[in-house]
Write a protein that binds this ligand. Structure first.
Ligand SMILES: [Zn+2]
Length: 164
């Protein structure tokens, strides 16, 4: 019997269908979300003060926008990517800005995801050897997802200006 394939509606990854339910938090296939869960075990156990988990979370969030993904998730993800990419923030610093933004009464816009998803996916990160190489791949993921959202760059810069 031919193995059926499921395409992730967020990042476009084609994965063997394991009949996982789609996650409630992200516009993603259950199979893709499972890869993100696997990566989360790695990043959460990372132990370094930079908190690289935040970078992975923001990459995944921005790359899986639309559908069930809340406007605030997309907005926070893009702001996180912007701060890392253009201001050299660590995940820890991004987390602090997110907390400040969370206390604001901002109504977040529905940002429409770009037609072309970034060429780097969670699978590329997981396929990279754990350690410095994988961390470098997470940084590439940040750059790729940020670049894919070019139309929203000015929005992100303006949205976070009062907080940095
Ligand atoms: Zn995906």
């Amino acid at each position: 019997m031919k193995q059926s394939i499921v395409k992730c509606p967020g990042c476009g990854l084609l994965l063997p269908n394991q009949y996982f339910a789609e996650p409630a938090r992200f516009h993603a296939s259950g199979e893709c979300n499972e890869l993100f869960n696997q990566l989360s075990y790695y990043t959460a156990a990372h132990g370094k003060p930079e908190f690289i988990h935040q970078l992975a979370l923001d990459c995944y969030g921005a790359q899986h926008s639309g559908g069930v993904t809340k406007a605030i998730t997309t907005a926070f993800s893009l702001i996180g990517l912007y701060l890392v990419e253009e201001h050299g923030f660590t995940g820890k610093q991004v987390q602090q800005v997110h907390m400040a933004l969370g206390r604001s009464k901002t109504v977040w816009p529905e940002l429409v995801p770009p037609r072309e998803s970034a060429p780097v996916t969670v699978q590329d990160v997981l396929n990279t050897e754990a350690g410095d190489n994988r961390d470098a791949m997470i940084r590439k993921w940040v750059s790729a997802v940020w670049a894919s959202w070019a139309y929203a760059h000015d929005w992100a810069r303006e949205a976070v200006k009062p907080y940095i």
